[in-house]
Design a protein around this ligand. Sequence first.
Ligand SMILES: NC(=O)c1ccc[n+]([C@@H]2O[C@H](COP(=O)([O-])OP(=O)(O)OC[C@H]3O[C@@H](n4cnc5c(N)ncnc54)[C@H](O)[C@@H]3O)[C@@H](O)[C@H]2O)c1
Ligand SMILES: [Zn+2]
Ligand SMILES: [Zn+2]
Length: 361
Amino acid sequence: MPQQVRGVVARSQGAPVTVETIIVPDPGPGEAVVAVQACGVCHTDLHYREGGINDEFPFLLGHEAAGIVESVGEGVTDVAPGDFVILNWRAVCGECRACLRGRPQYCFATHNATQRMTLLDGTELSPALGIGAFADKTLVAAGQCTKVDRAARPAAAGLLGCGVMAGIGAAVNTGNVGRGDSVAVFGCGGVGDAAIAGARLAGASKIIAVDVDDTKLDWARGFGATHTVNATREDAVERIRELTDGNGADVVIEAIGLPETYRQAFYARDLAGTVVLVGVPRPDMTIELPFLDVFGRGGALKSSWYGDCLPSRDFPMLIDLYLQGRLDLDGFVSETIDLHGVEDAFHKMESGAVLRSVVEF
Ligand SMILES: NC(=O)c1ccc[n+]([C@@H]2O[C@H](COP(=O)([O-])OP(=O)(O)OC[C@H]3O[C@@H](n4cnc5c(N)ncnc54)[C@H](O)[C@@H]3O)[C@@H](O)[C@H]2O)c1
Ligand SMILES: [Zn+2]
Ligand SMILES: [Zn+2]
């Protein structure tokens, strides 16, 4: 029987979100219904609301979530009712060229539910990143459910579903940070702090955090930054070179998405080092660099989508590290709120007052 539950809906561009009754169908073949326990508020939800992703309104927002599988459709064998899962937006297909070449993290045919959730009048909802988890229950492809140790706190675990995984993976997977590396991170929001935590896990010996906000720099120290630079008071590139014996950092991660900070990241890296762009630029942005520097400085300029993660490989492992006290996922949860607090959480996020507000159910 289709179920009626509450969900946070963005009906039109820029309009405040509303809590509405939505209809969640029973899971069809390859699908699962998940009872959501917690879901973080991410910039991408706000981007959907602002019409910055596409104009397929109305959207069912929310995508950084953990919960319990309630029911599964025909043919689902990887997860079962009662499993504690983190939802992901990279349910790999196993059949596209990337998957067949053994690079499933670049899969370009990832799975989402085929049925649609709707409003009471039958209007189809577009779930954010194919998830839509600011809802008591949501319908996803079963591959979007990654089973992890149920001892984890849902509000913390769910954050691995997007921004925190993007940051950790930018350091560990895309940047390939290793023992003894020097790392600089531009932007210490949730994503940048996760990159710092990832660099620490990977054994970086020097981790330099750059931001324009001293509070953010304080938090960054908590996640493992060994040095901090306030870019409003110091030249970030010069300071990073000073802190690395004049060389620049081995890996520089840009977690803001601005041409100005990308340029700084480019020059703050050691010769033959790696720049990882994990911040998302706006469509109108361009970047200009001396072409000879792009050539002459060598190394790698990479971008990182979702931290080049494979949820089935990375989520259970990171939850284990969290449960061992080696990865502070709780530190990303600035506050817990209820479903009615999402609009207010958008404002807090814009003002920089929080790393993550998390809706608990
Ligand atoms: N690649 C991915 O898969 C992925 C996934 C999730 C989010 N993101 C992107 O990552 C970026 C960061 O996300 P977030 O949630 O951490 O955002 P955030 O706004 O919380 O953090 C950005 C930080 O950058 C700092 N900052 C702004 N301008 C600066 C400057 N000129 N110099 C130094 N610091 C500056 C801010 O003070 C803030 O602390 C966003 O662009 C987001 O869209 C990417
Ligand atoms: Zn694929
Ligand atoms: Zn997100």
